[in-house]
Structures are given as C-alpha cells and as structure tokens.
Design a protein around this ligand. Sequence first.
Ligand SMILES: NC(=O)c1ccc[n+]([C@@H]2O[C@H](COP(=O)([O-])OP(=O)(O)OC[C@H]3O[C@@H](n4cnc5c(N)ncnc54)[C@H](OP(=O)(O)O)[C@@H]3O)[C@@H](O)[C@H]2O)c1
Length: 284
Amino acid sequence: MPICLADYTRTVSLVDQGYRSALVTGASSGLGRAFADALIAEGLTVWGTSRSPDRLQDRDRFIPAVLDLADARTIDRLWERVLTEGPGVDIVVGNAGYGVFGGFTDSSFDSWASQIEGMLIGTARLVHLAMPHLQAHTPSAVVILSSLACEFPLPFMSGYNAVKGGLSGFARGLMIESAETGPYIVDFRPGDFRTSFNRTMGISEFKPDRTNQITRVGKRLDSIMNAAPDPVRAAHDLVRALRRKRHAVVRTGSLFQAGLAPLFSRLVPENWLRAVSRRYFGIR
Ligand SMILES: NC(=O)c1ccc[n+]([C@@H]2O[C@H](COP(=O)([O-])OP(=O)(O)OC[C@H]3O[C@@H](n4cnc5c(N)ncnc54)[C@H](OP(=O)(O)O)[C@@H]3O)[C@@H](O)[C@H]2O)c1
C-alpha cells in the first residue's frame, strides 16, 4: 500500500527527524508543561524554566533552569548554561508569559509597560542570544508563543494584546530574514486553553467597577477558560508544526476560536468584528 505524506509525518518522531534537545520557557505549568511533556515523549532532552525551579517536576531527560523574563541577567545566565552544560538546543520555545487584567487608564503605566519589557523584549533577548547557535544546527526551530489575541484583542488586556501583536510581528519578520539560514520560525497562536493563566492574572478577585463592565468581562473570560480545551491539544499541534520543518503561523484551540473566527474575520468589515467581539465578551 502506498505511504501517504500524512502517515509519514505522523509516525516519524522529532528525534528521527534530527532534533535532539529543546528549551521551553515557562515549563512549570499549563501550555509550557504540556510542550515539555510532548517534546520529551518525542525523545528530546528538554530544558524547562521557571522563576522558582522547585515548581518544575523532576523527570527523565528534563533539565530544570531559572528564568525570570523581568530580569535580563537570568536570560543571559540561562543561555550561558545551555551553551556550556548540555548538548546545546535546537528548538527554543518562547512560551513564558502572563496576563494583566484591568482598564488601561485604571492601571499604573509601569505595570502596563513591564509586560512589554518582560514578555516581548525578554523573549526577543533570548531568541537573539539563541539565533547564531540555532543557525549552526539543522534542523532547528524557534517557536514564539503569541495568541489569537493578536487577531482578536481581549478587552481590558491592552498591554497583553500589544505584547502578542508584537511577538507575532517579530516572528513573521524573522521568517523572511531566515528564509536561507534557518531556523524554522513558528508563530504559534493559541486560543483559550485550560491553564492557570486567568488564576495568575487574578481575574476573579476583581472588585466591581462603576459600570460593572470589567467584572462582567472577567466572568466571561473565566467561563470561556473553564470550557476550553486541555493544553495537550496545543502540544500536539506544536509537535505537528515542528515535524513539518517549515516556517508557519499556527492557530490552535477550539474549532470556533482557531478555525471559524479567523475565517469569519476575513469576510466581514472591521466594525462588524468589533460588534461581535463586544457581544462575545458581554460588553454592552
Ligand atoms: N492559556 C491560554 O488560553 C493561552 C492562550 C493564548 C496564549 N497563551 C500564552 O501561553 C503562554 C503560557 O501561558 P499558560 O496559559 O500556560 O499560563 P500558566 O499556566 O500561568 O503558565 C505560565 C508559565 O509562564 C511562566 N512565567 C510567568 N511569568 C513569568 C516571568 N515573568 N518570567 C518567566 N516565566 C514566567 C510561569 O512560570 P513560573 O510562574 O513558575 O515562573 C509558567 O510556567 C503565555 O505566553 C500565554 O500568553 C495562553
């Protein structure tokens, strides 16, 4: 029976394809942890980071490491360790991140700007350090954790939207720059996945506001998250994208968020989209 390409890509592991090791930032929970598990299951050795390494689970072929995106010295030290202590890495997954919930004018500007400094600049700093090493290895890949929020902005999360829009622009620019040299760049855009993201953001602790709009949106975000798919699905899509060995924009999540909504958004005018979005998030 002839073997079709889909069968081939399903059965050949990442190690069989020549990948040996990966670095996953923010591997202590949620998506990062699922990515680390999936890459280990593919036969790779995985460096996984947290701000507190005691949050990282001890397992075979897993190397725990410290990283705080808000502290550039930890990024430099991490990369120094990767170069000197292990086999190097040929996949970098820039996953670590968090959200800040609240009205733009209600929050301090410093807390707004620190999201850009940590998640956007910090991730770019790590990729900048890693790029020469990755270019010297084939195959190699950089995965940038953006979000569908770069296409469908989340209300009361303007800093987060800016970060994710910036990360996707960064990734897509690198795809053009790296056409000849590698590594493969993946602009990875999850919809909602059931993780501790909202809990860390403290959405449910939000005090009722004057119009109740923020609390209403917070409740809606929580109910969407509670019904969202398990991070294992995102990890499956990540491995599939890496197996394809090419630059890619990958949308992952529920059929509605990752399939129908992007399609719909290409067909309707921007003001319709805003109206639908307001309804979706319960803003009157
Ligand atoms: N869940 C979703 O629905 C969703 C959707 C789209 C995109 N994303 C993106 O996916 C990524 C992972 O989020 P998640 O949902 O898995 O959330 P999560 O369960 O809260 O995990 C966040 C991870 O990032 C790490 N982290 C947080 N702040 C950090 C910082 N300042 N420096 C270094 N590491 C930090 C955390 O590690 P420690 O706390 O142990 O340091 C943790 O491992 C984020 O970039 C997020 O924006 C998530």
